[in-house]
Design a protein around this ligand. Sequence first.
Ligand SMILES: CC(C)(COP(=O)(O)OP(=O)(O)OC[C@H]1O[C@@H](n2cnc3c(N)ncnc32)[C@H](O)[C@@H]1OP(=O)(O)O)[C@@H](O)C(=O)NCCC(=O)NCCS
Length: 208
Amino acid sequence: MPDIRLPILTERLILRRFEASDLDAFHAYQSLPGTARFLLREAKTYTQSMETLGRYANFVFEKEGDWICLAVDSQDDAGLLGEVVLKWLPGVGQAEIGWIMAPDARGKGYATEAAQALLKLGFGELGFHRIDAKLDALNTASAGICERLGMRLEATLTDNWHYKGTWSTELIYAVLEDDWAGRNGETTPVEQPMQTMRARRPAGPASR
Ligand SMILES: CC(C)(COP(=O)(O)OP(=O)(O)OC[C@H]1O[C@@H](n2cnc3c(N)ncnc32)[C@H](O)[C@@H]1OP(=O)(O)O)[C@@H](O)C(=O)NCCC(=O)NCCS
C-alpha cells in the first residue's frame, strides 16, 4: 500500500481511519433518507452500516478499485462529523473523490476542508494525475464543494442516471494535478509510491 500517513490534520479537522466506536455516529447520518437523497443507493440499515464501517476501518489502497475511506473528526471533541473517500479508478493516475457529512456538521465548510486535504494526499503524496467528482445536477451542495475546491465542470450528462424513481442528470467535475499544484503552491512530486506502481504498467486507458 502506498504510504498513507494518518491522521491528517487540517485547520479544524482530523482525518483518520474509522474505528468500531464510530458505529452509532456513522449510522446516525448514514441511516437518514436525506443523506442518501443523491446517492445511488438507499439509506443504510444498521447491519449495512456495520458492514460498511468494517470495510472502511480496514481499507487497503493497493490497486485500482480500492478506496481510501477517512473519518472526518473535529479537533474540538465534537466527535464524528462525516467522511471523505477517494477511489482509485481504472487507467493511469485517475481517482474519484466523494464526501458525506452529518446534518449538524453541514454549512460550516468542513466537507470542503476535508476534501482539500484529500486532494493534497491524492496529488501530493499518491501522485494521481486527475481527480474527479460525479454528482446529481440537483445536488447543489455537492457542486458548491467542487467549485470551492477549484474543480472544473467538465461534463453534463443529461438523464444519465435513473434512480429513486426518476431520471437524473450527472455532472462531472475534475481537477488536474498541475492545476491543483499551481493554485496551492505545490511542486509536482518527483518520485512517489503511486508513480512507482504506474511505471510498472503500460501507459494509457488500455492498461485497465
Ligand atoms: C454534500 C455535503 C457534504 C455538502 O455539505 P456542506 O455543508 O454544504 O459543504 P461544506 O462543509 O463544504 O460547507 C459549505 C457551506 O458552509 C458555509 N461555510 C461556513 N463556514 C465556512 C468556512 N469556514 N469555509 C467554507 N465554507 C463555510 C459555506 O458558505 C457553505 O454554505 P452554503 O452552501 O449555504 O453557501 C452535504 O450536503 C451532504 O453530506 N449531503 C448528503 C450526502 C451527499 O449528497 N454527498 C455527495 C454525493 S455526490
